[in-house]
Design a protein around this ligand. Structure first.
Ligand SMILES: Nc1nc2c(ncn2[C@@H]2O[C@H](COP(=O)(O)OP(=O)(O)OP(=O)(O)O)[C@@H](O)[C@H]2O)c(=O)[nH]1
Ligand SMILES: [Mg+2]
Length: 393
């Protein structure tokens, strides 16, 4: 295809790497583009993200001609032809060796290094859109927290969402979630990602060829059914789980789920429909927010001197590059292991106080409105139950 090279993987291109791309027209001056729609595939280790990605490519090929990105630096091989493969840009084993890191540290650092190429990455995605790729599917590392809680995961997600319509598909293993407490952990993860990423969110209940996903949908819609399942399980975390499930009630109400089998392809027609709904949701509800963020970024870009002063406070620039053994050029080959949003702002004491005060107020208001919504949801549930009982008697 084009600018990205194959590695040990079966990438379709022979031409180069993310690093080889010449920057052309990608700029924050333009508004959010219509294409490609970026689909970030997340999920716990072994939930089936990579198999899901392969199957999604097959089902979307004719209509959306997906552009495919593998962001898992530690996988041995991927069962699809990736247009961009992080393994072509960063050698994860070499990173571990050079920085004396364990596997997880190696993955985080590899992702950080890839993130330093973010402008080139987004430029490739933009060009893919111009060539008729309507979707860009992004497979992520096995250790979900590496992507969801690292600065680089944040930068990639926000970076994409400020330039292209972006949605999250959370892959959940139905078989492993048959245990109510595991289900709850999975849901807490999903919930935290939903609130953290602020993007349209779809849960793909995967592996339905092995187990029907109806029980999960029942647990999410009927609190008592979940409580009954929990009763069967002898576990000391039951009380906590029970309380958590009450809290997650509001989250379930707006959560879209769809049963699929990444292995057999069952459920994908419905899944594609849900994904299109998510794209419409991005356009309607999220785009204005990201548009605002884009303008903010643009303003920051136009004030380079001020930013440089802030970067000084963020720590030391770590020299990084493609070939770790080569001496690197500090100017274009360095990365700060801190998200731009975390770089401390220089403010005088009054401004800081004001800022904290208004932040505190917003958080308090958010919390109050969360409690209100939760309480009214609970109340309407109780009313409904009472009405049902009255009808029965
Ligand atoms: N039966 C069945 N097995 C599946 C399905 N999806 C994935 N698997 C199997 O689940 C295992 C893990 O699948 P992967 O696609 O590697 O999962 P992953 O989330 O990418 O794994 P990591 O990247 O290591 O976190 C493999 O053995 C797959 O064959 C499915 O729908 N049905
Ligand atoms: Mg995988």
């Amino acid at each position: 295809m084009e600018n990205v090279a194959p590695s040990s993987s079966n990438s379709p291109s022979k031409a180069g790497k993310v690093d080889d791309i010449n920057m052309e027209g990608l700029s924050l001056h333009e508004g959010i583009r219509d294409w490609p729609v970026c689909i970030i595939v997340l999920g716990m280790a072994g939930s089936g993200k990579t198999t899901f990605t392969r199957s999604l490519i097959e089902h979307a090929q004719a209509q959306f001609n997906p552009y495919v990105v593998n962001l898992d630096p530690a996988c041995r091989e991927v069962p699809y032809a990736a247009h961009i493969d992080i393994r072509d840009t960063v050698n994860y084993k070499e990173v571990m060796k050079q920085y004396q890191l364990g596997p997880n540290g190696g993955i985080v650092t590899a992702l950080n290094m890839f993130t330093t190429k973010m402008p080139k990455f987004t430029e490739l995605v933009r060009r893919a859109g111009e060539r008729g790729h309507k979707w860009c599917i992004i497979d992520t590392p096995g250790q979900i927290e590496v992507f969801t809680w690292s600065a680089s995961g944040n930068i990639i997600t926000e970076g994409l969402a400020t330039m292209f319509p972006t949605i999250i598909v959370y892959v959940m293993d139905v078989v492993r979630s048959a245990c109510p407490t595991t289900f709850m952990s999975n849901m807490l993860y999903a919930c935290s990602i939903l609130y953290k990423t602020r993007l349209p969110f779809l849960v793909a209940l995967n592996k339905i060829d092995l187990k029907d996903c109806g029980f999960i949908q029942d647990w999410m819609t009927d609190f008592e059914v979940y409580q009954d399942a929990l009763e069967q399980e002898q576990s000391f975390v039951n009380n906590l789980t029970r309380t958590m499930s009450l809290t997650l009630d509001t989250f379930y109400e707006n959560l879209v789920t769809c049963g699929v089998s990444a292995k057999t392809g069952v459920g994908y027609a419905k899944l594609l429909q849900h994904m299109l709904d998510c794209v419409a949701e991005y356009e309607r509800d999220y785009k204005p927010v990201y548009e605002k963020m884009r303008l903010q970024r643009l303003a920051e870009q136009l004030a380079p001197a001020a930013t440089a002063a802030h970067i000084d406070e963020a720590g030391t620039a770590v020299p990084m590059g493609l070939d770790l053994s080569e001496p690197t050029n500090q100017d274009d080959n360095s990365v700060f292991l801190m998200a731009p949003s975390l770089v401390p702002q220089q403010m005088n004491a009054d401004e800081t106080e004001l800022e904290l005060d208004s932040k505190g107020k917003v958080e308090e208001q958010n919390f109050q409105s969360f409690v209100q919504t939760h309480m009214s949801a609970q109340q309407s549930k109780r009313d409904k139950q009472q009405r049902n009982q009255e009808t029965k008697s």
